[in-house]
Design a binder for this molecule. Structure first.
Ligand SMILES: Cc1cc2nc3c(=O)[nH]c(=O)nc-3n(C[C@H](O)[C@H](O)[C@H](O)COP(=O)(O)OP(=O)(O)OC[C@H]3O[C@@H](n4cnc5c(N)ncnc54)[C@H](O)[C@@H]3O)c2cc1C
Length: 396
């Protein structure tokens, strides 16, 4: 069976996908381990890598051709991210640039689509900052406190976001804010709206402050403060008060794409670990001859392949415009577990060298750990399956 899920992905022809894999691998050859190690050590944004991906047009994979994109499906798009991570890179620098525009595509006005999507597809505009999480609300998004209050022909934004990634390398930001207070709505998910923020205008106005957060891996993420930031009414996406649903609509895409990144990570760890297990001789034989070393690597491979099937099932349903909430969530959980398992196995296989930066295992180990927590934590996925699939009582 091919890595593209064989018959599972009926609408993802393997030949085309193999060509795409080949093209991404070629692109990634210009960004070897040393590049990512250096970027990680200096906590830099991988500018030249992002430029190469942008120039190749991959940021427009999900943007329909009529808006200047490549009009590709979820399956091929997920391959781009998978192959970047499978090459030893870190697609987190660009992944949101592929899917954040989905809010504009699905819920924006025709004017907004014509205005933004072609420029996002060409790379002229980067829309890769997504402001949802807040310090006091955490996972309970309906408790966000950032407000957007209408004043004449403007909305005035006040509040704070946390872990807003890539905001310093983005031209636009999708922002979730309350337009009706929590206390005044019948359903807690109502009264939340989505806005497009022009980050250049905002920072010129000095009403937006960005404070970087240092994290255990190289991930450009920030606290963002809004102090009476005024934006035009036109920057509202869709209907006022319906934003929570719009954001939920975009989450399946995000889950499938992150799952593919985790699959890429898992295969990178497994390839490195099995190679090292063959090459490293201790007690006069390759360590991989010991089943205590070999079997965990084999098990990690089994788990990665199983997770990949769910990723392709979710991608196929998504492409067919069918409901795929359970599959997208399960794909994300299984793939994040598989990559974390593979990371643990790789570091164990390398022994002490797994901790040495020059072998890259510890870097990728730190990077893939994120996906147990973000963009949604494993617990919240289990709670979704428990409640929505198995109809057990809601826990929150
Ligand atoms: C590097 C990084 C980048 C990020 N980028 C972005 C971004 O670009 N935009 C953005 O909006 N957010 C971003 N996030 C935020 C991320 O989505 C959140 O951290 C994540 O959703 C968890 O929210 P929290 O940190 O507030 O945890 P909390 O909500 O405080 O939860 C803490 C722990 O408790 C568990 N928990 C909470 N409630 C329950 C429950 N009812 N049942 C069981 N377990 C529960 C959670 O699973 C979690 O493990 C990023 C985070 C990181 C670390």
């Amino acid at each position: 069976m091919t890595r593209d899920g064989g018959s599972v992905a009926a609408d993802a022809p393997s030949e085309t996908n193999e060509d795409l894999r080949w093209a991404i691998r070629r692109l990634c050859e210009a960004f070897p381990d040393e590049y990512w190690r250096e970027v990680d050590a200096s906590r830099a944004y991988p500018d030249s890598f992002v430029k190469a991906v942008t120039e190749a047009g991959y940021l427009g994979m999900l943007i329909p051709e009529e808006y200047g994109g490549l009009g590709m499906g979820m399956g091929p798009t997920s391959i781009v991210l998978e192959e970047i991570n499978a090459s030893g890179g870190n697609a987190s620098a660009i992944h949101a640039g592929m899917y954040t525009m989905g809010t504009v595509l699905r819920h924006g006005s025709e004017d907004q689509k014509r205005n933004y999507l072609p420029r996002i597809a060409s790379g002229e505009l980067r829309l890769q900052a997504f402001g949802v999480t807040e310090p006091s609300a955490g996972t309970d998004t309906t408790r966000i406190r950032t407000t957007a209050v209408r004043k004449g022909d403007r909305y005035v934004i006040n509040g704070q976001k946390v872990f807003t990634s890539r905001v310093q390398h983005s031209d636009l930001m999708v922002l979730l804010a309350r337009t009706t207070p929590y206390e005044d709505v019948d359903k807690k998910s109502e009264g939340i709206s989505v806005f497009l923020i022009d980050l250049h205008d905002a920072s010129e106005s000095t009403r937006l402050t960005v404070r970087p957060i240092a994290t255990m891996m190289n991930h450009e993420t920030n606290e963002v403060f809004f102090d009476n930031l005024e934006i035009p009414l036109d920057n509202l996406i869709g209907e006022e008060g319906k934003g929570f649903r719009y954001i939920l609509d975009g989450m399946n895409a995000e889950r499938i794409l992150i799952a593919a990144e985790c699959i890429g990570d898992a295969h990178w760890f497994i390839a490195r670990a099995s190679r090292y297990a063959k090459d490293r001789f201790v007690f006069g034989r390759p360590i991989g001859q010991n089943q205590g070393v070999q079997f965990p690597i084999a098990r990690a491979y089994v788990q990665a392949e199983a997770a990949d099937l769910m990723r392709w099932r979710a991608a196929s349903l998504f492409e067919a415009n069918q409901a795929c909430g359970p599959e997208a969530n399960m794909a994300k959980l299984l793939a994040a577990d598989a990559s974390w398992e593979a990371a643990n196995v790789a570091i164990q296989t390398y022994g002490g060298y797994g901790f040495a930066a020059e072998y890259d295992i510890e870097r990728k180990f730190r990077e893939t750990r994120l996906y147990q927590v973000a963009p949604i934590s494993t617990n919240l996925i289990l709670s979704y399956i428990g409640e929505h699939v198995l109809k057990m009582p809601r826990s929150y």
